[in-house]
Design a protein around this ligand. Sequence first.
Ligand SMILES: [Zn+2]
Length: 87
Amino acid sequence: MTPTPDTRHLTPDEVELWAEGLLPAARDAHLAQCDECRVTAGRERKLFRELAQLTRFAPEFGFVERVMAKVKIPTPSGPHFRSHTDS
Ligand SMILES: [Zn+2]
């Protein structure tokens, strides 16, 4: 079921997804056991909430729909999260 454990740190994009509650479970699992990512994520969430308060009167339909369209696509054949930071 679970392929290779994902030990890569969260990218800024993934941290943003997490702040929106949209992070894939595999990456969420990494966050649960990585202090470094939790600190980053906590900071991002604070920022995200402040931003949400600032923009709460502004319509954000387009943004939400774009994000949802992305995450609702199922991934049938294994993880596509691959390290592109091999060094
Ligand atoms: Zn990490």
